[in-house]
Design a protein around this ligand. Structure first.
Ligand SMILES: [Zn+2]
Length: 470
């Protein structure tokens, strides 16, 4: 495959293909429509509306190539999983470029007909939810076909009858590749079509493609590629497509340190697509040993966003040592912007877990967050003194009179709640991550909404508080 693929060169030239108008975690149908219009004007591509969502938004398809082998790719079946949508537009830019990789493009266009559905769930994408406007998970509707989006996908498979399918998702950032600290930047699966997980010729091909993808990608992200759980799910598309004879590959875009917007993960996706299409077009996968698939480490959920190790906790005069794992979950505010809500994910001996950020806090004692001395009328009234002694004393909870409409981010490092709300301020699993860390009775650090904060180095710290409706 080396001769046609030139993966290192493509990697280093990625910037010329990446679609700059798509970025961040929220991608809506209005963001991709102008791009599709642009591609429809190019003779290499055929763009069509193949149906409408529950709310009447268009679902598009774009076709490339005129080869015998057919490939179907679909993205954003879950509205809050847009990484592959960004990456397929990078792929389309690559396919329509004119540069040194002409051989590769020709190999693809001569041997393959590639049909892409770049956003199957535009209603979910609009409000950043997994489900569609019927509150149905489309990937659990492959049998019953009650949602129009599921029907669109099923009908396309029946009509186009693809040899290969790419089911493109995002997974939680907190998976690692095997029992290691290495985040699973992508996890792949050749879904089984029965409980026995039989490997027939259709599934075997999917496994071979996955092995090929891993072999190429591990040059860039060694140890960060995982295999997704292969329990049979009779209601999912991958499992059913496999049964119908389409070799289906599930790709889950995972996490990468300091890549909240998943732009690096997107690049890895793009390279996975290029590798897979090349392997299929050149039939190189036929030489690949499918059993290598089982040697890919499994997706493990042993990562936290922040892991604090070796803290002292005192309860009823007794001292013990705890580790605390913190998760920051993506939320959308009233203006449709992403913010994070930090909660305690687990507490106890977490020595078998890892964190994107880790702090060894031996000798530090964890204590409940304290209340700020002053009460405020409303959120807009909150004024914090320039050098804030109270903040350094661990007073990170603020009470306000006004009714709080709903959760939202807050630019100061505090938790803001209504004075009548009953906030327990507990340090336990599933509770909001707000607490303070002391040494020699002096507060050194605080955890504010899941963000670790040094109270003596306040400048340039990424800390976001939250207004919390309890
Ligand atoms: Zn998904």
């Amino acid at each position: 495959m080396k001769n046609v693929l030139q993966i290192n060169e493509i990697y280093s030239r990625y910037d010329t293909y990446s679609e700059k108008s798509l970025s961040g975690r929220i991608i809506k149908v209005e963001n991709i429509m102008p791009l599709l219009k642009g591609f429809s004007a190019k003779h290499l591509f055929e763009v069509k509306v193949i149906g409408n969502s529950v709310k009447g938004k268009p679902v598009h398809s774009i076709k490339f190539g005129n080869g015998k082998t057919k490939v179907l790719m679909w993205t954003q079946m879950h509205g809050d999983e847009p990484t592959a949508t960004k990456a397929v537009f990078d792929l389309l830019n690559f396919l329509s470029a004119a540069d040194d990789f002409e051989n590769l493009r020709k190999t693809i266009s001569k041997n393959l007909t590639v049909q892409i559905i770049p956003m199957l769930n535009p209603d979910g994408a609009e409000i950043f939810t997994r489900e569609n406007a019927l509150n149905i998970d489309i990937n659990r509707d492959a049998k019953r076909l009650q949602s129009p989006e599921a029907k669109i996908l099923w009908d396309i498979r029946e009509k186009f009858n693809p040899d290969f399918g790419f089911n493109l998702h995002d997974q939680n950032n907190r998976y690692s590749a095997g029992k290691t600290f290495k985040s699973a930047v992508i996890s792949m699966l050749a879904p089984p079509y029965n409980k026995k997980k039989t490997v027939d010729k259709t599934r075997k091909k999917a496994m071979q493609i996955i092995v090929d993808i891993r072999r190429e990608l591990k040059k860039f992200v060694p140890g960060h590629i995982a295999r997704y759980n292969d329990d049979f799910e009779p209601r999912a598309f991958g499992d059913n497509f496999m049964r119908r004879g389409t070799s289906t590959i599930l790709i889950e875009s995972g996490g990468w340190k300091d890549d909240d917007d998943k732009e690096f993960v997107r690049k890895i996706n793009f390279l996975a697509f290029i590798t897979a299409l090349t392997s299929i077009a050149s039939k190189n996968y036929k030489e690949t040993r499918f059993k290598e698939y089982y040697r890919i480490p499994e997706n493990e959920k042993i990562l936290f966003d922040v892991l604090l190790r070796n803290l002292i906790r005192k309860i009823n005069g007794c001292e013990h040592i705890v580790d605390i794992g913190i998760n920051r979950t993506e939320q959308v505010d009233e203006k449709g912007r992403i913010f994070y809500k930090g909660t305690i994910g687990d507490l106890g001996d977490l020595s078998t877990f890892f964190g994107y950020e880790e702090y060894d806090l031996e000798g530090f004692e964890i204590k409940k967050a304290e209340y700020y001395s002053e009460k405020f009328k409303n959120i807009e009234n909150i004024e914090i003194k320039k050098v804030d002694q109270e903040l350094q004393d661990g007073k990170i909870i603020i009470l306000v009179n006004e009714k709080i409409p709903r959760d939202r981010p807050f630019e100061l490092p505090f938790l803001v709640i209504n004075e009548n709300d009953n906030y327990d301020n507990l340090i336990k699993t599933d509770c909001p991550a707000f607490f303070s860390l002391y040494k020699d009775n002096k507060n050194h650090y605080s955890v504010v909404n899941g963000f670790f904060r040094d109270n003596y180095v306040t400048s340039s710290q990424k800390t976001y508080g939250i207004v919390l409706k309890l």
